[in-house]
Design a protein. Structure first.
Ligand SMILES: Nc1nc2c(ncn2[C@@H]2O[C@H](COP(=O)(O)OP(=O)(O)OP(=O)(O)O)[C@@H](O)[C@H]2O)c(=O)[nH]1
Length: 898
């Protein structure tokens, strides 16, 4: 029997000083780095597992506990109070632990002996802990896009839950290699086998069991795991901190367990051979002896399979983090099986209408292809390639990074977490923000260990770090360093529009009012709201032009509750917030004539004037959302939330060139891009309040006809915004006077998991009592979206529910090997049948108006004896019937608006 001590015994990671860090230079190489996320259903044990990772890697001296609020990663007061993770915490540690302090000779070498796994040499792990609650899906998404790999934690009692499926699908969309950790196997009712079969059926991949649970005498007490890859058993001392692991040969464990490990080994080789030719060769090389192939060959084969796209093999590990059992081998698996930044696909970029890949750009091989878009006339046009001739020197592009998270730290100020994709960001570098078109300096750079930090001089490609001192950068912004750029005007076009993997922000569906308690509080409240928006772009702040009231809108009730908590408890803003309500939208039904509005007035002692001509018309949901354009187009199209905006500038190209020497000039201080920004601001304000009920406008096409003669030498952006706002308001009113407006309501795509016995009652309740439309039972979409529905915004965050079948053919659970479950009431065969037919647990997918889903969890629980769960995301907005509209208006106060 061997004792394995894969945890820090002497030095803590934190105790390494800056100069020691520099000495461990291999840790800075990106192939010794893992940027990993932990994804799972709420309460599966992400935070509990992360705390153990920090402890075993030597970063913490005691294990934090979710239940007594002492964890490192859930560090927001609101998170600690609720025991859930709200904000992704990015933390860095190394694994296996660096044992030497002060850069001594104890620091191991980076070189790996042939035939040994990667986990034998120290790596730098950047771990992103993502929230599990559905309201924070956006938070999960923006973390996902910077990850190179993910560990998906499952609750071994509950199995694969609805939220897990959703996040898994999202991770598939980003092509993120994943491994699974089945947690909580110490609990009564733990069902490893059933969970593994659910992985196959619901996550559409073949589970490759790298470990199986070791139950004492085959009964329900978990004492360790069987290591299928290395043919050994690992045990942890009961009640200990888990640092010491005993490794036993198969001859030293009871026969039944040894036999099961061998059975699992055969199954593992079989499944790998189906997906990896090299494994077939190994199998033949070792005379078709499943037990003779060395463990490291299996690890290499697993790695190749995990990196395949699409990923069909899902390595499975197991344990009980709360009992300090199973976490170190999981960390080894992160290094052994998940990719380094260098092994990831070239990141997607966009520059204006061009879509390409970052390394293509850097290598000067930019393929300038536009995303397929159609014109309003429906005609397809081939993509332009003209930008090539104007492409500036790319070798001056010294760094390209994505700000994936902004956090206001009470001690350090605003922290901007970045993932660097190329080059390196050095201290004091001038960062050009391509979303905001501004340059900011990066005065201080940090590497974060949850709430602790080490200052560094630079953050290199492949790494995650923090920039302190940026005043404007927001979550989701792309930051570039371009040598020789003028700090005012930024890098040359089109590099100044370079964006890394942009994600679309779903429309907020709930809102609340925020009222400062006194005039003197107004500034703090507005600054704090500004900061909340920098942190979380899925929040939205608007000011009702009539009542002057501030509205804070978000994705869900919990989302807004947390924002409210942050505002009042964390930032100590003195404000009163209203009830959380559904954010309906208002739409016009007919078009307006062209309306011109002149502004000619004194503002702050300065004379300013501008005119604008605007018309509006309804979008009926069948119109394409974006019209094709290139730098030579004589219009600019933009989207203002769910409304389209087209600015016609017949005498100028989109890039600001005058088409004929005879056409009127634009004033020098107002180039076309500044005018477009001013127009957008004014139109956005006008559309934030509908003419009849005061809800913001939806499905409106606003067309501005820009005549340079209307922009004068004394015009200002503010005057242009005001003129266009007034003109749009008048145009909307005129359209509403013709045929009125209609209310639109958010409609959710809902996935409900229930037991077989409850399916009829729940489906009936959805369609009869809640006006929902059942789309599928068990993931089979019976009918697409209702043809009568006016869905003008499709924002579903799990659209692949519709495509799962074609991407991944169904997996027959009878073909998945699993060891017996100690708590199983039926034998394995019957259980297989249950899972295969979906009789064990059924899933209903439906479209339901959000209004009918408020308080649904409680109702579902009562319908299903507490067993039903559901997830939902916004699918779009739909016009309401006259009857529903009447009911809603009555509820809101007699149809007089608010
Ligand atoms: N019995 C048992 N309980 C566990 C285990 N792991 C976690 N728990 C408990 O499960 C609950 C949820 O654990 P968390 O670690 O907060 O789960 P999470 O996935 O981070 O949850 P969110 O942050 O809300 O997304 C806590 O009460 C933990 O103590 C385990 O291995 N065994």
């Amino acid at each position: 029997m061997d004792i394995i001590r894969r945890s820090s015994a002497t030095a803590t990671f934190r105790s390494l000083r800056q100069k020691d860090w520099e000495k461990i230079s291999f840790l800075n190489s990106s192939n010794a780095t893992r940027n990993i996320g932990i994804i799972a259903h709420i309460d599966a044990g992400k935070t509990t597992t992360t705390e153990r990772m920090l402890y075993y890697s030597g970063y913490t001296r005691r294990i934090g506990d979710v239940d007594d609020g002492s964890t490192v990663t859930d560090f927001l007061p609101a998170e600690r109070a609720r025991g859930i993770t709200i904000q992704s915490a990015a933390i860095t540690f190394n694994w296996p632990p660096v044992q030497g302090e002060k850069g001594s000779k104890d620091i191991p070498s980076s070189s790996r002996a042939p035939g040994t796994p990667r986990s034998q040499t120290p790596h730098l792990v950047n771990l992103i802990d993502t929230p599990g609650h559905a309201d924070f899906t956006f938070e999960v998404l923006r973390s996902l896009r910077i990850l190179d790999g993910a560990v998906c934690i499952l609750d071994g009692v509950a199995g694969v839950e609805a939220q897990t499926e959703k996040v898994w699908t999202q991770a598939n969309n980003y092509r993120i290699p994943k491994i699974i950790y089945v947690n909580k196997l110490d609990r009564d009712g733990a069902a490893f086998g059933r969970t593994v079969k659910e992985v196959g059926v619901r996550l559409h991949g073949w589970p490759a069991l790298c470990q199986i649970p070791w139950w004492k005498d085959g009964k329900g007490k978990l004492i360790g795991v069987g290591d299928v890859v290395n043919l050994r058993a690992l045990s942890w001392e009961e009640g200990g901190d888990g640092k010491v692991i005993k490794s036993l040969n198969l001859t030293d464990v009871d026969d039944a367990f040894a036999k099961e490990i061998k059975k699992a080994r055969v199954a593992l080789i079989e499944i790998l051979s189906e997906h990896d030719d090299e494994m077939v060769e190994k199998f033949l090389e070792y005379d078709e002896d499943h037990l003779a192939i060395p463990g490291n060959d299996l690890t290499e084969s697993l790695r190749r399979c995990v990196l395949q796209n699409p990923q069909r093999i899902i390595p499975v590990f197991t344990g009980a983090s709360f009992r300090n059992l199973g976490v170190q081998p999981l960390l080894d698996a992160v290094l052994d099986l998940l990719p380094s930044p260098e092994e990831r696909p070239d990141p997607e970029i966009s520059m204006g209408v061009t879509h390409s890949r970052l390394n293509e750009l850097l290598a000067g091989r930019l393929a300038l292809t536009s995303s397929p878009q159609s014109s309003k006339s429906g005609k397809q046009k081939t993509s332009p390639t003209k930008t090539q001739k104007t492409l500036p020197v790319v070798s001056n592009l010294q760094a390209c990074a994505l700000a994936f998270k902004v956090v206001n730290d009470p001690r350090r100020g605003v922290l901007v977490y970045v993932r660097v994709y190329s080059g390196s960001i050095d201290r004091n570098a001038a960062l050009y923000n391509t979303n905001l078109s501004i340059t900011e300096r990066a005065p201080k750079l940090l590497r974060m260990y949850a709430s602790d930090a080490v200052e560094v001089d630079s953050i290199a490609a492949g790494h995650i770090g923090v920039i302190v001192g940026l005043k404007y950068a927001r979550t989701g912004d792309t930051l570039i360093v371009y040598s020789g750029a003028n700090p005012k005007s930024g890098p040359p076009a089109p590099l100044n529009t370079l964006q890394l993997r942009p994600i679309s922000v779903p429309p907020p569906v709930f809102f609340t009012s925020v009222e400062p308690n006194s005039l003197s509080e107004e500034k703090l409240v507005s600054d704090t709201l500004g900061l909340l928006l920098r942190e979380d772009p899925s929040l939205n702040v608007s000011i009702d032009s009539e009542s002057g009231q501030t509205h804070l809108a978000g994705m869900g009730e919990l989302h807004l509750e947390i924002a409210r908590d942050r505002l009042i408890n964390d930032f100590k803003a003195r404000a009163t917030t209203g009830k959380i309500e559904i954010g309906y939208r208002e739409a016009i039904l007919s078009s307006s004539p062209q309306i011109t509005e002149d502004v000619n007035r004194e503002v702050a002692g300065k004379h300013s004037r501008a005119s604008c001509t605007v018309s509006v018309s309804p979008l009926d949901g069948t119109e394409p959302r974006v019209i094709e354009e290139d730098d030579d187009s004589t219009h600019t199209s933009l989207q203002v939330e769910s409304n389209d905006l087209i600015i016609h500038h017949p005498t100028y190209t989109r890039s600001g060139l005058k088409l004929s020497p005879d056409s009127a000039n634009l004033p020098e201080h107002l180039p076309l891009p500044s005018i477009v920004t001013a127009l957008r601001t004014g139109i956005s304000a006008a559309l934030s309040r509908g003419p009849t009920h005061g809800f913001s406008m939806h499905s409106t096409l606003v067309e501005v006809h820009l005549d340079p003669a209307q922009i004068h030498a004394d015009s200002t952006p503010a005057a242009i915004s005001t003129a266009v706002r007034l003109a749009t308001q008048k145009a909307v009113k005129s359209a509403a006077a013709e045929r009125g407006t209609v209310l639109m309501e958010p409609v959710m795509l809902v996935a409900i998991s229930v037991n077989e016995a409850d399916i009829g009652g729940v489906a009936h309740d959805i369609s009869a009592a809640r006006g929902g439309q059942v789309l599928s039972l068990d993931g089979e979409i019976s009918s697409p979206v209702s043809p009568s529905a006016t869905l003008t915004t499709s924002t579903s965050t799990f659209p692949t529910l519709h495509t799962v079948k074609e991407d991944f053919p169904p997996i027959d659970p009878r073909k998945i090997y699993t060891p017996p479950d100690p708590f199983a009431s039926t034998d394995g065969g019957e259980d297989d049948d249950l899972i295969g037919t979906g009789s064990a647990q059924r899933r209903i997918v439906a479209r339901v108006p959000l209004r009918e889903m408020v308080g649904y969890l409680k109702h579902l629980r009562s319908l299903t004896g507490g067993r039903g769960t559901f997830v939902m995301s916004v699918e779009g907005f739909e016009r309401m019937s006259a009857q529903r509209q009447k009911a809603v208006l009555k509820e809101l106060g007699g149809g007089e608006g608010w």
